[in-house]
Structure formats: C-alpha cells, structure tokens
Design a protein around this ligand. Structure first.
Ligand SMILES: Nc1ncnc2c1ncn2[C@@H]1O[C@H](COP(=O)(O)OP(=O)(O)OP(=O)(O)O)[C@@H](O)[C@H]1O
Ligand SMILES: O=P(O)(O)OC[C@H]1O[C@H](OP(=O)(O)OP(=O)(O)O)[C@H](O)[C@@H]1O
Length: 220
C-alpha cells in the first residue's frame, strides 16, 4: 500500500478553489504551479499526490481506489449515484441545476400542465428521476455541452442544465422554469482508504471542516 494520499481533482473551474482550500490546511504542491501537460503531481516531502482528471471522471478514480480523496460537484454525484463517502460540503462551485426553456415558450404555457416533454441535458438520470416524481413523461436527449443550443435549433424545447450567473440562458433567449437542486463542490473519500489510511484522512477532514466553518462564520 502506498503511503501517499492521492487526490483526484477536476481539471476545470474547481481546480483552483480546491488547491486554495487545501493550501489553507498546509496541503500544497509546488510542482503544480508550472505550465505543464502533466496529469500527476507529487509533493514527496509531505507525501501527497494530485491527479488532474475530467470532472465527471473524479468519482470513478475514487471509487476504484486510484485516488483516496476527490473533489467533485454535487451534480456529478447525483447523476452517477456511486457508493462513496461524502463527508464535506466544500461550499465553493455554487450553481443551480435548473429546468429552462425559451422565454417565448414560457409566455404561452403553464409548466404545471406538462404531461409529455422532450428535454436535452448532460444529466439524464437526474432529469428522469425529477420528472418521474412529478408524473411527467420525458424524452431525454443526452448532450455533452452547450446545452442551451438545443432549443435554438429545435433539438428539444426544454433543457436541464447548470445555471450560475444566468448569462448563458439570457444570451440565448431562455429563462429559468424550475430549480431541481442547489449545487456545491463536495469532498469524496474512497471507503477502503478511510480504513487503511484512517489517521491521515480523518485529520484532513477535520482540518478542512475547521477552515470551512471559520469561513462560513466570517462571511456571515
Ligand atoms: N457555470 C458554473 N458555475 C459554477 N460552477 C459550475 C458551473 N458549471 C459547472 N460548475 C460546477 O463545476 C463542475 C465542473 O465543471 P467543469 O465545467 O469544470 O467540468 P465539465 O466540463 O462540466 O465536466 P467534463 O470536463 O467532465 O465535461 C460541475 O460539475 C459543477 O459542479
Ligand atoms: O449561468 P452561467 O454563468 O452562464 O453558467 C452556465 C453555463 O456554464 C456551464 O457550461 P460550461 O461553461 O461548463 O460549458 P459547457 O456548456 O460546454 O458544459 C453550464 O452548462 C451552462 O452552460
């Protein structure tokens, strides 16, 4: 068993917030500062390893034990439903998972009367569950990005997607209809690592908890 603690971090927008937070509890990786295409970085002195992976792949690396700890959006966890220990809400990466549609369409219909709709989304599982609970039949079109394009070209009239500033919806003539979930980034931990590396991992969790608690108190 490696005596390193390995982190799987998403390459995209969450990476910087994650490293800033870890820095506050003394977990750093000077090797990551450079401009490099490397995917694995190490701090040999303090025995931490960092893997840069796609956001949607983080749970897989943690589930299979290639990483002990991961940082991932709650949206990805809800969609994938993997058996992972999720001890902490890291409070960054805030956005909302929304049902949205063109402004003109909302002006001429009442969403509470939907019985059969077509929806484009990166989140087919969440979308199916959400509408099943409401008794709405849904035809799902799975996309991998630029979801707001779908209604513009007639692929699907509605979408389920993340909204942060609302700029993407607005610039494409769409409006929010319903909120499915409020999203933040979460710390996830491999269940076996939690036992085999218990001391180091529980220390990381309690240290993070303190920092996050302090920040929440300070920011009100
Ligand atoms: N507009 C946004 N504002 C804030 N947080 C967001 C926004 N979009 C996504 N997120 C959060 O950041 C996470 C990672 O998003 P990012 O765009 O970096 O990767 P992705 O492109 O969705 O994933 P992949 O690379 O696997 O396709 C999302 O799962 C979500 O939790
Ligand atoms: O409300 P806003 O601040 O405009 O952010 C929302 C947009 O951000 C995300 O897309 P991303 O930038 O990840 O690109 P993608 O569409 O290729 O996934 C999301 O899927 C929305 O399209």
């Amino acid at each position: 068993m490696s005596d390193f603690i390995t982190f799987a971090l998403p390459k995209g927008r969450i990476m910087q917030d994650s490293m800033e937070l870890f820095g506050k509890i003394g977990i750093t990786c000077p090797e990551m500062a450079g401009d490099s295409r490397k995917l694995v970085f190490e701090n040999r002195e303090s025995k931490f390893r960092f893997m840069a992976v796609r956001a949607t792949d983080v749970p897989t690396y943690v589930e299979y034990g290639c990483a002990d700890i991961g940082v991932v959006g709650k949206d990805t966890l809800l969609e994938q439903g993997k058996d992972l220990y999720e001890p902490l809400d890291l409070k960054f990466g805030y956005c909302r998972l929304m049902v949205a549609e063109p402004k003109a369409l909302l002006e001429e219909e009442d969403p509470s009367s939907w019985s059969n709709i077509r929806v484009a989304t990166k989140y087919p599982n969440i979308t199916e569950r959400y509408f099943a609970e409401r008794g709405v039949q849904v035809e799902l079109i799975k996309l991998y990005g630029s979801i707001e394009l779908a209604p513009l070209v007639g692929l699907a009239e509605r979408i389920v997607d993340l909204v942060s500033t609302g700029a993407t919806l607005r610039d494409n003539g769409m409006v929010e209809v319903e909120t499915i979930a409020e999203i933040t980034s979460r710390l996830i931990v491999n269940r076996a690592s939690l036992k085999t590396k218990h001391q180091r991992i529980s220390r990381i969790i309690t240290d993070l908890e303190k920092v996050i608690g302090d920040e929440v108190t300070i920011s009100g």
